[in-house]
Design a binder for this molecule. Structure first.
Ligand code: PRP
Length: 213
């Protein structure tokens, strides 16, 4: 068979993805050891895996150095790469939302310009354009909830999972942009050249995830 290369988002998603693949008999013992290595080959030699920074996974897949990528829908939307999204893996569930202090509800509906802090400028820009509101977007790299608390922004666009970070910082969800979860993306050329291998694998992963529900 053609060797298949996976780009995995380092961390929790990579671990979950490897559990799903293990259920299909695809194992990689080396990845289970304490190691700083980034590139691995499966025990049977048929698959390669590399551990990438989350936001880089769509890039590796777009350029075809990875056939398949496993990454969150938030990253797929924000990176906006030319890749095929073929499967919702169902884990890593959360949502993209507009959040802020409770008193910002009126401003959001007022038609006045809104200052938005976010790690996801493209998602935020698209959303406010679609909902026909004028915004100034301020890109942050983390701890976005600080934005409204210290007065940098009116609201944030960010991931909400348990809601704990918002709650502990006195913020609430004002608008849900969309639900998110881990997805499987595929390179368009790989989908043709390695059609049989990729098609079979995606199908088996889908069945396996369905059984786990
Ligand atoms: C994410 C996200 C929120 C938080 C949401 O941040 O940006 O801040 O998790 O999770 P919760 O709803 O379960 O509280 P992350 O932990 O990745 O850190 P960061 O803010 O430094 O990017």
């Amino acid at each position: 068979m053609n060797q298949i290369t996976f780009a995995l988002a380092k961390g929790r998603l990579a671990k979950k993805a490897m559990e799903v693949l293990k259920g299909l008999g695809i194992t990689c013992r080396e990845m289970e050891t304490e190691t700083r290595k980034l590139l691995f080959t499966s025990d049977d030699g048929n698959y390669r895996f590399f551990l990438a920074k989350t936001s880089d996974v769509p890039t590796y897949v777009d350029y075809g150095v990875a056939d398949i990528g496993i990454v969150g829908k938030d990253t797929i939307l924000e990176e906006n790469r030319s890749v095929y999204e073929v499967l919702d893996l169902g884990f890593g569930k959360c949502m993209m939302a507009v959040a802020g202090e409770p008193c910002k509800k009126e401003l959001l509906q007022s038609g006045k310009p809104i200052r938005v802090a976010t790690k996801y400028p493209l998602i935020a820009k698209r959303y406010f354009e679609q909902t026909q509101r004028s915004v100034e977007i301020i890109k942050l790299h983390g701890s976005v909830e600080l934005g409204p608390i210290v007065g940098l922004s009116d609201v944030i666009v960010d991931i909400v999972e348990s809601g704990k970070t918002l709650k502990e910082n006195g913020l609430v969800v004002h608008e849900v942009i969309e639900p998110l979860s881990a997805r499987c993306i595929v390179n368009s050329a790989s989908l043709k050249v390695k059609h049989e291998e990729i098609h079979t694998l995606i199908k088996q992963m889908g069945i396996r995830l369905g059984e786990q529900k």
